[in-house]
Design a protein around this ligand. Sequence first.
Ligand code: MG
Length: 385
Amino acid sequence: MHVAAIIAAGGSGTRLGAGVPKQFLQLGQQTILQRSIEAFTGHDRITEVILALPAGSPIETAAGTAAAKLRVVMGGARRQDSVANAFAAVSPDAEIVLVHDAARPFVSAAVISRTIDAAAAHGAAIAAVAVTDTVKQVTMEAGHRVIAGTIPRESIYLAQTPQGFRREVLAKAVAVGRGEAVATDEATLAELAGHPVHIVEGDIENVKITTSADLDRARQRLAEGATARAGTGYDLHRLVEGRPLIIGGVDIPFERGAMGHSDADVACHAVTDAVLGAACLGDIGRHFPDSDPRWKGASSIDLLRQAATMVRAGGFEIVNLDVVVILERPKIAPYLSKIREGLATALSVPIDRVSVKGKTNEGVDAVGRGEAIAAHAVALLASVS
Ligand code: MG
């Protein structure tokens, strides 16, 4: 059975802030939209996914999740116009078409399957949840809300998405939607077209993210499922004349600098190892070997940026970082805030997650004699699925 899924992401509502439509906001490693798309592209019964994006949004927005079965169309002025545009792009082979709201990123595979089965059996079916609270009908009397009656709650269901239709049923609903009637879901249009719409069991976790409180709760839910991963890194370089002293990407004026193949930035090297180590991705030498001419004279802050990209691609978020730089001279206190800023920028994390401390070795050993500079780093990552 050929099943198409339309993801309605045409809305440009920016009330959650950040000046971008809510579906483009980050929820863990992915945007709300990417999560909604992947619920369908990753479902083995879905043949194709048509995404309706707000007019004017870059197509590349969805490229991060581009699967072979995904196609993108421009949305319209109303939700039903976006769905109509997407429906026009559905393959002629499609027997069942689901419509899903991009703002529901937690839809489960089971809810999708139930909706497909019921749509195939009855022509039209939506995921919905029963209410558990007592339901009151309310009227306004002299500016006050007053209960007019109690509605048997058994008769009340809250509509979710996906909403599934046999192709010809959705065609009729879309035709109704081309008129004046404004609907907040496709079931309403199918009802107006005179087709009975069935209910399948939805899921209270299949929330619609509308307010910033919804978004906070969704982020909290992900964080609760996250696993913490710690990594440690250490590095040491000799200090010699005729070399720059670069620490955390900051060029520090001094008569000697760290010897090495690259810019010999001990702080960046220790941090890179800590971040890679926490993700179990090996170390700096494995990814950027000094035998490779590509890394000769490489800027270590760039290598750190690449390491951060690698761990993110592995499904990790960088939580925080603590670094100790050990050298006898010069004092690095005046440069600490610049070093923190440079590391935080390379890792794409807020500066308050990056701590850098300077230490001397009290004159002991090579570091204490000023012959070398060393650094230790600890990184904490969270694996966010
Ligand atoms: Mg090194």
